[in-house]
Design a protein around this ligand. Structure first.
Ligand SMILES: O=C(O)CCC(=O)C(=O)O
Ligand SMILES: [Fe+2]
Length: 352
């Protein structure tokens, strides 16, 4: 049952002070983040310093891409991106909990040249983005948006460090000096054949990493599971939706929640969304914060997994997840390359 009680809406946090030098204001933001992360693990942010033109351009270029005939979109099909995991997937190709999602999309990430040591070393999910030749402006729009949003995400992680009583640069110094950045552009069709009517645009899931920053167009459809039931996370002009991923839940012993969410586009319009995942370095070992480490094991969660008993590097966790989202690509590209060699581990890692 969807809960429509307006009292149960997500908080809106103005993160402007995270870019300034007023310590008191910064601590206030940190407290607001703390409350939101403990209660639901979802909140909106404004004051993120991403110019609105950035998003207007990204939306226009993305709409132009998805309006192309399928054969043109398939020029950058994910199969051509190999293990770098970049490019286009058509409606129904992405699975959540084994079921096809009613959406198509483009996958991007940190754009690494072929001579980058991790690319040369054959690391999965590392490599160059696949850029479609049309529309010509998509590349610039994606790159500009990714840069601005990663910066907003790093500022938010400073707020999250403070909210946990840690040094402001804790995450930067441990997990995100060289973050795993995944960026997706999703297109949820307006019309669907009868057989798709009951399908989710994105089935219920939790995100994998530290922090997700999501821009969405004006049509809505994102739903979040709160302790009081499912609520909608409708678009708010100029605001991003932020949520906590499994690794931040694990680091904080469950104090901060990685929360189930899902998408159903009931608007009658096709819908665009733009999630950016700001995640730990692929090679970073995820070590729970001692002060918050949990001393018990919960009942299995919705997917039968417990991120708290995962041990290893973030890349291993991510690969175990993406192999389920795209089983065919997973079988083709990931069967050998799922571990991170010791010489690439994050040497500077210092848990507190
Ligand atoms: O499209 C949306 O609104 C949410 C997408 C999402 O949850 C995800 O990509 O993890
Ligand atoms: Fe998600």
């Amino acid at each position: 049952m969807m809960t429509r009680d307006p009292m149960l809406s997500l908080p809106v946090i103005d993160m402007t002070p995270l870019f300034g030098d007023d310590d008191k204001a910064r601590q206030q933001v940190a407290r607001a983040i703390d409350t939101a992360c403990r209660k639901v693990g979802f909140f909106y942010v404004v004051g993120h310093a991403i110019p609105s033109q950035c998003l207007t351009d990204l939306e226009a270029e993305s709409r132009a891409f998805f309006a192309l005939p399928l054969t043109e979109k398939m020029q950058v099909a994910m199969a051509r991106g190999g293990a770098a995991w970049r490019g286009y997937f058509p409606v129904g190709n992405e699975l959540t909990s084994g079921k096809p999602d009613n959406k198509e999309g483009l996958y991007f990430g940190s754009d690494l040249p072929n001579d980058h040591p991790r690319v040369r070393g054959g690391w999965p999910l590392h490599g160059a983005n696949l850029w479609p030749s049309k529309p010509a402006g998509l590349r610039n729009a994606v790159e500009t948006y990714m840069t601005a949003t990663t910066r907003a995400g790093q500022a938010l992680l400073e707020g999250i460090s403070l909210s946990l009583g840690l040094d402001r640069y804790y995450f930067l110094n441990t997990y995100t000096a060289n973050p795993t950045v995944l960026f997706r552009v999703f297109h949820y069709p307006a019309e669907m054949p009868e057989s798709w009517r009951e399908s989710w645009g994105a089935g219920a899931h939790c995100d994998y990493g530290l922090l997700t920053l999501l821009a969405q167009d004006r049509y809505g459809g994102l739903e979040v599971k709160t302790p009081n039931g499912w609520i909608q996370a409708p678009p708010i002009e100029g605001a991003l939706v932020c949520n906590i991923g499994d690794m931040l839940e694990r680091l904080t012993g469950g104090t901060y929640r990685s929360t189930l969410h899902r998408v159903m586009n009931r608007s009658g319009h096709d819908r665009l969304s733009f999630p950016l995942f700001l995640d730990p370095d692929f090679a970073a070992e995820i070590v729970p914060l001692p002060r918050l480490a949990r001393d018990h094991i919960d009942a299995p969660r919705w997917d039968g997994e417990d991120p708290h008993i995962f041990s290893g590097r973030y890349g291993d966790y991510l690969l175990s997840k993406v192999a389920k989202v795209f089983p065919t690509l997973g079988a083709d590209h990931l069967e050998h390359g799922t571990t991170v060699s010791p010489e690439h581990q994050n040497k500077d890692f210092q848990p507190q």
